[in-house]
Design a protein. Structure first.
Length: 458
């Protein structure tokens, strides 16, 4: 059987023409042994034991728990023979998937020993699957996955795909030392990683302020010049015509702002109704996809120049060093934001949002969509299917928005329904950073006739 599995794994790699980082195939026992022998972890153990009055052997037992929890067991067959096929089937069931590369040949120009970190915005839990599927022909990516996935069978699935688990709100220094040394170990060994730089899902659709934790760990290997020269960052942007958990995210946002959280039974009923409704659509052959899921992969950015301009980085006090890392993260997220693909629903929602009205005339709406496309074209923003007319873009978005009872046709225009406004804002916000100046300008322009005493709708 082991021989059969090895052959299946080799066939999967040849069929997908993918590059597997050799260290991903290392056994968990090997990785565990290297971490338990790490001098920095040893120092942290002694410090933790002294601070908490514990025996060192008990602290080492805790470290072993952390190591077993974090370290994955990548499986080529699980990733390519099962994961790639299942993810492809699921993604194409729900979406029309598009993948674009800003510079298709850029990866081929990288040094063979380059260590690549993909920096990605985070809109949906489907991002893990979408980005892995989009890049499966190039590389298998390792992700940091939060506590939400530590449930059977998700935990085993993610670990088999090479993802490692992190406790996002666990502040114990010992744990973070173990996590940091693991991240630095796999980075030194050339494992390709994906980091959702926002640190969590966006609740309102806007890009969140970047979190520096994991990227700071990765940059730590730059203390050695040889590794600083190998590190490259690739910005990756994702967007959807429909985020599967959008209403749940908006509800979490409302709770954060003081709203009352619905009872668990109510939430369970809503999930069951949603699943049942979609199963019914599949059975009755009324299933329609949720529009487009789009990925744009940017050109690799070498970090060697950044390290060269920050030669004193690792001699600085920690707050000063983290401030520089934060500035780098801000720049990387800005690059990701510039790549955000503009699909039909976000573009139409941005056009509706720009009117400051619940009712919009169809002609005005189509004109606004055309104006926005022109601005995006000047910015070199990635408008998906730029060849379509404004009417064609609107018709595709309207199918989704009508089905979800976001807007409705009324007379010569469209009315935003009461429950629809939060979703309009959510999807408009995904491209708001690209259209901020334009939206302000058109609102000021639209207000001019009203100021002179002429009543104007919109």
């Amino acid at each position: 059987m082991p021989g059969l599995f090895a052959r299946l794994g080799r066939r999967a790699l040849l069929r997908n023409r993918a590059r597997i980082d050799r260290f991903k195939l290392a056994s968990r026992a090997h990785v565990r042994a290297r971490l338990l022998a790490d001098a920095t972890i040893g120092d942290a153990v002694r410090a933790h034991a002294a601070e908490n009055g514990m025996a060192e052997r008990d602290v080492w037992a805790t470290v072993d728990v952390y190591v077993r929890e974090i370290v994955p067991f990548f499986n080529v067959i699980a990733y390519y023979q099962i994961g790639y096929r299942v993810s492809g089937w699921l993604l194409n069931l729900f979406y029309k998937v598009s993948v674009e590369f800003a510079e298709p040949k850029a990866r081929e120009r990288l040094p063979k020993d380059a260590v690549i970190v993909y920096v990605i915005n985070h809109r949906s839990n489907a991002d893990y699957v979408l980005v892995s599927y989009a890049l499966a022909g190039q590389v298998a990516i390792s992700y940091a996955v939060g506590e939400w996935a530590r449930a059977f069978p998700l935990e085993h699935v993610f670990k088999a795909f090479g993802s490692y688990f992190i406790r996002r709100r666990f502040r114990e220094p010992l744990y973070h030392t173990v996590l940091e040394r693991y991240v630095q170990l796999i980075t030194r060994e050339g494992v390709t990683q994906g980091i959702f730089v926002e640190g969590g899902l966006t609740r309102d659709g806007k890009l969140r302020a970047p979190k520096i934790g994991l990227l700071d760990y990765v940059l730590g290997i730059g203390r050695e010049q040889a590794y600083a020269a190998r590190l490259h960052v690739v910005p990756v942007a994702v967007n959807y015509d429909r985020v599967l958990e959008d209403r749940s995210l908006l509800r979490e946002l409302a709770v954060q702002e003081g709203a009352r959280r619905p009872a668990k039974l109510v939430q369970l009923w809503e999930v069951g109704r949603y699943v049942g409704w979609n199963v019914g659509r599949l059975v009755t052959r009324q299933w329609k996809r949720y529009g487009r899921a789009a990925v744009v992969v940017g050109a690799p950015i070498p970090l060697a120049p950044w390290f060269a301009s920050n030669r004193d980085l690792f001699s600085l006090p920690k707050p000063d060093r983290l401030a520089r890392v934060q500035a780098l993260c801000d720049d990387l997220l800005e690059r990701v934001g510039a790549l955000i693909p503009v699909t039909s629903v976000p573009l139409v929602c941005a056009a509706i949002q720009s009117f400051d009205a619940e009712f919009v005339e169809k002609d005005q709406l189509l004109e606004r969509i055309d104006e926005m496309r022109g601005v995006l074209r000047e910015l070199n923003a990635g408008v998906v299917r730029q060849d379509r007319t404004a009417a064609e873009i609107f018709d595709r978005a309207y199918l989704m928005l009508r089905m979800r009872k976001v807007i409705a046709r009324t007379g010569t225009g469209y009315l935003v329904l009461p429950r629809g406004r939060p979703l309009v804002s959510y999807y408009a916000n995904s491209v708001a950073h690209l259209l901020g100046g334009f939206s302000q300008a058109v609102r000021a322009r639209d207000a001019l006739p009203a100021l002179s005493g002429v009543a104007v709708r919109g």
